[in-house]
Design a protein around this ligand. Structure first.
Ligand SMILES: CC(C)(COP(=O)(O)OP(=O)(O)OC[C@H]1O[C@@H](n2cnc3c(N)ncnc32)[C@H](O)[C@@H]1OP(=O)(O)O)[C@@H](O)C(=O)NCCC(=O)NCCS
Length: 147
């Protein structure tokens, strides 16, 4: 089935909600997704395979810094390079918007995501203690300063 990669738009909300249920333990839900898609300081990308979203992610431009807010690949599509492709498109978009630095938080147990971010030039610069409400896990703060 063909893969369509493009900027996420408001009419994608329902498909993204379905995707999130499968991808994340703690999905954002409709209001947050909708809020992000109408925010002109945010940019999100979707990967569609047929009618289904198989990857989604993006960032907010906060005073010239790119904050990656979410990204994920559907469970049965992981390990195929989609995560890296998604992250590189996010970084490329930020570069075109003249953003020089990008940051994100990631669970310290999320080795796959940490590997992905490190493979794209992000480095751990600090920790937020008890950042995640569900299990009080710490978050690593990662940055890339040379976008
Ligand atoms: C993190 C995530 C987006 C990675 O997507 P993916 O499509 O599986 O990743 P890719 O196939 O593009 O692999 C990219 C890199 O991730 C790392 N990686 C991928 N699978 C891995 C695994 N099983 N174990 C360790 N590292 C892994 C590797 O560094 C890999 O690069 P390499 O192939 O050059 O070694 C995906 O696992 C996911 O959606 N996880 C759940 C949601 C999530 O944790 N999002 C991040 C929140 S901060």
């Amino acid at each position: 089935m063909g893969l369509e990669i493009r900027e996420a738009v408001i009419t994608d909300v329902e498909d993204i909600i379905e995707f999130e249920k499968d991808c994340f333990e703690h999905p954002w839900g409709e209001q947050s997704i909708f809020g992000e898609l109408i925010n002109n300081k945010s940019f999100y990308i979707v990967f569609y395979e047929g009618e289904d979203v198989i990857a989604f992610g993006g960032y907010q431009d906060i005073v010239g810094q790119g904050h990656i807010t979410t990204m994920g690949v559907r469970e049965d599509k992981r390990g195929l390079g989609y995560g890296k492709k998604l992250l590189s498109l996010i970084v490329e978009h930020a570069f075109r918007k003249d953003i020089k630095e990008m940051t994100l938080e990631v669970r310290e147990s999320n080795i796959t995501a940490i590997n992905l971010y490190e493979s794209m030039g992000f480095k751990i610069y600090g920790k937020r203690k008890n950042y995640y409400a569900d299990n009080h896990e710490d978050a690593y703060i990662m940055w890339r300063f040379d976008i």
